[in-house]
Design a protein around this ligand. Structure first.
Ligand code: AMP
Ligand code: ZN
Length: 144
């Protein structure tokens, strides 16, 4: 629990939220500014800012809940698909510093497009640069 965290306060019932699911580890409620009908947030009950900060058990619980709830939310609002997404870090657009996964129901013809639409252009990397990036990431993973 973080005193000044809006999501911790929703979990504790100190500020109102439209709760749709709760278990020992995770909590799900409607987004107050929905991108589409049924837009739901899935959060760990413990306060952590980044996905990488989550203890393994919470990480597993959040992703398990996202996977389990996505088709349920989709069916509940009669949607045709779901965008499952996380803004991880301020640079990625994270506004609330408590890990949360977005379940955004998608409807045929809603014209929002794929998550790739966040970027107006692609990175345009040469084959050599891609090889280098892959090596850098592999090395980083090896040392993690
Ligand atoms: P993000 O940009 O990924 O940090 O998204 C934060 C999300 O939390 C936004 O979609 C907000 O609409 C939503 N949000 C912020 N405050 C509340 C609140 N009190 N109840 C429900 N959703 C909220
Ligand atoms: Zn919190």
């Amino acid at each position: 629990m973080s005193e000044d965290c809006v999501f911790c306060q929703i979990i504790d019932g100190d500020i109102p939220g439209r709760t749709v699911y709760e278990d020992d580890d995770v909590f799900a409620f409607l987004d107050a500014n929905p991108l589409s009908r049924g837009h739901t947030l899935v959060i760990p009950k413990s306060h952590h800012e980044r996905v990488s900060d989550l203890p393994a058990g919470d990480r597993a619980a959040v992703f398990e809940a996202l996977g389990r709830l996505a088709p349920v939310v989709e069916a509940a609002v009669d949607a045709d698909g779901v965008t499952v997404g996380m803004n991880d870090g301020e640079a990625a657009g994270q506004e609330v510093p408590h890990v949360h996964g977005h379940l955004v129901p998608r409807f045929d013809g809603d014209s929002a497009g794929p998550i790739h639409n966040i970027f107006r252009s692609t990175a345009d990397l040469s084959d050599e640069e891609l090889d280098e990036v892959a090596e850098d990431i592999k090395t980083a993973i090896g040392g993690a």
